[in-house]
Ligand binder design. Structure first.
Ligand SMILES: [Zn+2]
Length: 290
């Protein structure tokens, strides 16, 4: 088996760049999805006391399904336009969870609600930003499940289904964003000059945070603001509280201003929480959800 596997050696600080490079070069990506703990958490609607649209955004978030590293990789596959060339692999008894997560969330992993006789209800628990990445596998070439027995025989049902899914992935012409013609290098690191970046591939100046460390980049033309500069505009209480939506610390917030460049000193400072995706703004020394 070792003859068929090429391991990529890289430092801890470089693995995200290496993953970008390999995803771009690959014709087909196989992604093994497994829970971080022993099993996936149960997907359930918010508790009976909090079932409706009005209370949904106050409901607690669901625990993360799997390691944040793997969930980041799904974001990279998406950014590099390779979801259609991806086949996800999971254990049979865990596939139900993945299908449910994908089925209950729209393409962007946005919360979904359904109208019932009692009112508008959420279809699942509130998902943190990394878990929403799993929902992006909706566009994958296949999700193939295996059992322990499948691994002991060469002509298993799993092998047949996997072969079929890989063939489908290889046959798909991925819809690579035009901005990606510059290569994966434009999707990583910092840059003092504007570059087209996901999710909308409009020009953005991200010059303080490596792009590969951001799960959610705001739409439109934006310019990152240094965290120290932005947090100096918060009072001590607001700084201690962090994200007013999920309670994540300030290090989870991506601060920016609209437009390219920093010509107007009085511009509104915005923030995008990388943990819960909330849009925030700095006003009167506080962070407010918008
Ligand atoms: Zn948050």
């Amino acid at each position: 088996m070792a003859d068929f596997i090429q391991y990529i050696e890289c430092t801890h600080g470089e693995w995200k760049k290496a993953v970008h490079r390999e995803i771009e070069a690959a014709d087909c990506i196989l992604l093994y999805i497994a829970p971080k703990a022993d099993k996936f958490p149960v997907i359930k609607r918010p508790e009976a006391a909090l079932p409706y649209f009005e209370q949904y955004y106050d409901a607690p978030f669901k625990n993360l399904s799997t390691g944040v590293g793997l969930l980041h990789e799904i974001a990279y596959i998406d950014r590099l336009g390779k979801i259609e060339n991806t086949v996800a692999i999971c254990r049979e008894h865990e596939s139900k969870y993945i299908w449910e997560l994908i089925g209950k969330n729209s393409w962007q992993g946005i919360s979904v609600f359904t109208r019932t006789v009692d009112g508008i209800r959420a279809t699942s628990s509130r998902l943190l930003a990394p878990d929403r990445q799993l929902a992006r596998l909706q566009g994958a070439a296949g999700i193939v499940a295996f059992t322990d027995a499948d691994l002991t025989i060469s002509r298993s049902r799993f092998a047949r289904l996997l072969r079929r899914a890989v063939k489908a992935a290889l046959g798909r012409h991925h819809t690579q964003p035009r901005a990606l013609r510059q290569g994966w290098q434009s999707m990583v690191g910092v840059s003092p000059t504007p570059r087209p970046l996901p999710p909308d591939y409009q020009l953005k100046i991200i010059s303080h945070t490596d792009v590969e460390n951001l799960l959610h980049i705001p739409n439109g033309n934006i310019t990152e603001m240094a965290a120290e500069q932005a947090t100096s505009r918060l009072n001590r209480r607001a700084a201690r509280k962090g994200c007013p939506t999920c309670g994540a610390g300030l290090s989870n917030l991506f601060f920016y201003i609209n437009g390219l460049g920093n010509d107007e000193p009085d511009q509104t400072i915005w923030a995008k929480c990388q943990n819960c995706m909330a849009y925030l703004m700095v006003e009167n020394w506080r962070l407010l959800e918008v």
